[in-house]
Design a protein around this ligand. Structure first.
Ligand SMILES: [Zn+2]
Length: 285
């Protein structure tokens, strides 16, 4: 197949009242797990590489090219997205490399500065057929506007989307990044308000800390892209820890990375089904 545009995947989800899962690649094996999941479910999936991940690998291009190639070769509806780029140059480079979309995170800047930088990224992306996710007001890093208590202001969100021309908006509605417990409650009323006022699809960050049923309620309220990173890192690492505990003499990384990759693929497929199928068992919020 070929890469599907993020725009198409998210617009389809919006029409169906569902959401697309966006899962963070850490290394090639996690990308392989996501591709395996999407190939088995046949559901859309966004592979995303964060700026932090790029810094870990010491550069964007090697991992990006490998992930794009995996996605292009797969028999599944996949897009490749750059997550949380605070570096404008990196966002532009990702577009040039063929990413389906980028998230430009100018949230640490003042509103006017964030608008100006986001507009530059949007202009470059749209000229290349790519799309842009952005956020406003201190959502960056591990705390910022995704910290508990911080909320997106609907009027400011409408103004920001209008002035920047972004395609998707990351909103602060009660989740926070890097949570290892899945017990967060979201501000569902705010999601409904934002979905009614903001003309772009809404993105939920920090979903690792949100239980399945609450994510389903958020999707019903209007979330169209759900980012998951920490939760799957936990699944991956737990599988390795278990394997090494039982096989103390093994030294071949393939022996313990394989069960970790398999575990991530299974959990990713499960999440994809939840995001797409909206099981009736979940009570309305
Ligand atoms: Zn995020």
């Amino acid at each position: 197949m070929t890469l599907i545009s993020t725009r198409t995947l998210i617009d389809d989800a919006a029409r169906a009242g569902t959401a697309v899962g966006a899962f963070n690649v850490v290394q090639l094996e996690t990308a392989e797990a996501f591709v395996h999941a999407a190939t088995s479910t046949r559901l859309p999936l966004i592979l995303q590489i964060s700026e932090n991940c790029v810094r870990f690998h010491g550069g964007l291009e090697p991992l990006a090219r490998a992930v794009i190639r995996l996605a292009v070769d797969a028999q599944a509806p996949l897009a490749v997205h750059l997550d949380h780029a605070e570096d404008e140059t990196m966002a532009l480079s990702a577009i040039d490399l063929g990413f389906s979309s980028v998230m430009y995170d100018g949230s640490t800047a003042e509103f006017a500065e964030n608008v100006a930088a986001t507009r530059r990224v949007v202009a470059h992306a749209h000229a290349s057929g790519a799309s842009v996710e952005a956020e406003l007001g201190r959502i960056g890093g591990k705390d910022g506007a995704h910290a508990p208590g911080v909320r997106t202001d609907p009027d400011e969100a409408v103004l920001f989307v209008d002035e920047t021309g972004v395609d998707y908006l990351a909103v602060a509605v009660g989740s926070s990044h890097a949570m290892s417990h899945r017990d967060a409650r979201l501000d569902l009323e705010l999601i409904r308000t934002l979905a009614g006022m903001v003309p772009t699809p809404l993105v939920l960050h920090g979903s690792s800390g949100v239980p399945d049923d609450e994510i389903v309620r958020a999707i019903r309220a209007g979330i169209r892209k759900v980012n998951v990173s920490t939760h799957l890192n936990g699944v991956y690492t737990a599988a390795i820890r278990r394997w090494l505990g039982e096989h103390e003499k093994d030294v071949d990384p393939r022996r313990y990375v394989r069960p970790a990759r398999d575990a991530v693929a299974v959990e990713t497929a499960r999440l994809q089904c939840i995001f797409a199928a909206l099981p009736d068992a979940v009570p309305a919020g």
